[in-house]
Design a protein around this ligand. Sequence first.
Ligand SMILES: *[C@@H]1O[C@H](CO)[C@@H](O)[C@H](O)[C@H]1NC(C)=O
Length: 202
Amino acid sequence: MSLSQFIVLFVVVCQSYSVEILNDKEKFLYFGYGSNLLEKRIHINNPTATFFSPAKLSGYRLDFNIFSEYWNGAAATIVEDSDSHVWGALWTLHIADMSSLDKQEGVDTNFYYPKNVTVVTPSGHVYIARTYIETINPPKVPSNEIPPERQPSDTYMQVIIIGALESSLPTEYINFLRTFSTNGKLGSQSIRQSLGYPFNVS
Ligand SMILES: *[C@@H]1O[C@H](CO)[C@@H](O)[C@H](O)[C@H]1NC(C)=O
C-alpha cells in the first residue's frame, strides 16, 4: 500500500467510526422510525422538534407488536436482528422536551423504553440518538405475514409511509414499508383530526 492509499484508508476509517456530537448541549437527537417520521405528527406533542437528517440503524428490524387504541392497530417497534436495518428520521429536540417525548411513547406505562442507538446518515456521519423500543418483542415473520392482532392500521401505515417520503428515506426502504399487512382500520378520531385525515398526498 502506498502512503497516499494509506492516508485515504485512514481518513475513511476515522470518518466511519468517529461519533459526532451535537454542538448544542441544550438539545438531543431522537431517531424516529414510526409515525414520528412525519413532522406534523411529531409536532403534536413535541413542537420544537426540528428535522436533522435521514439515518440508518443497523442490526435491528422494523416490526409491529403492542396494540394502540390511538392508532387502532399495532404500534411499530424495532427488534435486534443482525440481518436487518431500519431507516428513520433524526430530529433535534430541546432537552426540556425529553419528558413530552417519553410521555408520548408511553415510557411511564411500559409501552416503550428509551435506548441510545448509533445511527449513520447517508453522508456517513455517525451519531448517537435516543430511540424507543417496545417492552415486548414480537417473533420474526415475513412483513406480509404478520398475524391480524399484530397488524398496523391503515391510517398508521399511511402516516409512516408519508413520513418516510417527507424524511427522504431511500426508495427501496419505502417500498419495503408498503409490504407490511395492515388491518384495514382507520386510526382513532383523535389522531385523524390532529393530522387532518384524509391526507392529501400528491
Ligand atoms: C443516553 O446517553 C446520554 C448521554 O450519555 C445519557 O445521559 C442518557 O441517560 C442515555 N439514555 C439512555 C436511555 O440510556
